[in-house]
Design a protein around this ligand. Structure first.
Ligand code: SF4
Length: 441
């Protein structure tokens, strides 16, 4: 019998792909995946560390799992990803319970590092890129798969330490992505979600001017996946060619996740984002014109140094006028190592929170109004299983809803199977979620 491994994946879907690569390597070594940490011989925490909240969540998770050592079981505890990449040696004394720390490239060679009991910390400059031959174990759900098309970032947003943690932008070869997607299609995956730190930068480092639009066009030649979804599109990287390609096929979700971060020119300048003439609202209009019916998600930061009351009001008006379908707001926190940390954190926490609440309460009304317009209309829904609220309802997502971050559709009538695409008539709308019944299995 092989050994048992228990893995906790924190942070974003890009990290989840790394976690699945770690599990793929371990499965080849004969490890069984176990859900209970208490039954594991090896515990891995794949961490995120891009803001303090994520760091704290990582530390809490590690300390909770380290408790198992004091309760008699002695599983090996390994911490991988952005937390060791960010804090390196400091963690050796801070977390003596941890047997091995590996940085952002930990998923590359974790299996061989495990055999070397003399090393407790390995941090290298991130350079790893998986390819179609990299073993990867997709756990639940199996009808949706994230595909990492690039890693790293060449932008210099002043609040962000991701380029330090994940390295320079590097794109996978198109053949490698197409090969992986073809394999996923053969295994029955219905929804492919393309991820990277900035998917619009895809191909910039490849020869022959191949870009994200070309990749989408080539992906459409693969039979199988019903939906291709594009995440993390940098506002200034969205080209007319990309929009035309997206509008050309029903298999590309009319959904764009565009992290605007702010709308006020002075704040954007201080954030190191956007050319002086960049007009966020004009871009929203351009997106809606190019892809009729497109659903838009964005993320924003409030309370950045230099965000005056006037700059915040600019952002508030932008949110009201843009009427995003999905929106997340972070309150700014200075991150050690980020250039903005040298600016005086001038907006008091109370004001940051109040600004966040004002935007979220405006957004709640917008989201409810947009959802209500869907009542009586029919949409294809990818069924994901029982609802997290109650086993009496099924739960799924429309083409407009990405997993984990957007709302869901609760299905209260009709029968189907997990992983199926069914036609659902929307019968009720809540602030973020929808309710419907199956009209065509
Ligand atoms: S685009 Fe900016 S915010 Fe996004 S990962 Fe790159 S540096 Fe960070």
């Amino acid at each position: 019998m092989g050994k048992n491994v228990h893995l906790v994946s924190l942070g974003c879907p890009k990290n989840l792909v790394d976690s699945q690569v770690i599990l793929g390597g371990l499965a080849l070594q004969g490890y069984n995946i176990c859900e209970e940490a208490g039954e594991a011989d090896l515990i891995i925490v794949n961490t995120c560390a891009f803001v303090q909240e994520a760091v704290e969540e990582g530390l809490e998770t590690i300390l909770d799992l380290a408790e198992l050592k004091t309760r008699g079981r002695l599983p090996r505890l390994v911490v991988t990803g952005c937390l060791p990449q960010r804090y390196g040696k400091k963690l050796l004394t801070q977390l003596p319970e941890v047997d091995l720390f590996l940085g952002s490239d930990g998923c590359r060679d974790l299996t061989t590092r495990l055999d070397d009991p003399t090393t407790r910390l390995v941090i290298t400059r991130p350079s790893f890129l998986m390819d179609e031959t990299t073993p990867r174990l997709i756990t639940f759900p199996t009808h949706t798969a994230y595909v990492k098309i690039a890693d790293g970032c060449d932008h210099h947003c002043t609040f962000c330490i991701i380029p330090r943690l994940r390295g320079r932008h590097r794109s996978r070869q198109p053949e490698s992505i197409l090969g992986e997607v073809a394999q996923l299609a053969r295994s029955g995956v219905k929804e492919i979600i393309l991820v990277a730190q900035d998917t619009t930068a895809y191909g910039h480092d490849l020869s022959a001017g191949y870009d994200i639009a070309d990749l989408l066009t080539d992906l459409l030649t693969i039979d199988g996946p019903d939906w291709y979804r594009l995440m993390y599109t940098n506002p200034e990287g969205i080209t007319d060619k990309l929009l035309t390609t997206m509008a050309s096929s029903e298999r590309i979700c009319p959904y764009l996740d565009v992290p605007f971060q702010h709308s006020h020119p002075e704040v954007l300048r201080a954030m190191g984002r956007g050319q002086p003439e960049f007009d966020a609202l004009a871009l929203v209009r351009r997106l809606r014109q190019a892809i009729p019916g497109v659903w838009l998600r964005t993320s924003l930061i409030v309370g950045f140094p230099t965000e005056t009351e006037e700059a915040f009001n600019h952002l508030y008006r932008f949110v009201a006028e843009a009427a995003f379908n999905h929106l997340g707001v972070f309150t700014y926190s200075p991150e050690s190592g980020a250039r903005a940390a040298r600016l005086l954190d001038s907006v008091p926490d109370k004001v940051k929170k109040a600004r966040r609440n004002r935007i979220m309460s405006r957004q709640k009304n917008i989201s409810r109004t947009l959802n209500q317009k869907l009542v009586g209309t029919c949409h294809r829904v990818l069924v994901e299983g029982f609802s997290e609220e109650t086993d009496l309802l099924l739960q799924g997502r429309t083409i407009f809803q990405a997993p984990d971050i957007d709302g869901v559709v609760y299905i209260n009538s009709g029968q189907t199977q997990v992983g199926h695409l069914v036609e659902v008539k929307i019968t009720a709308a809540h602030d973020y979620d929808l309710v419907g019944e199956i009209v065509e299995p």
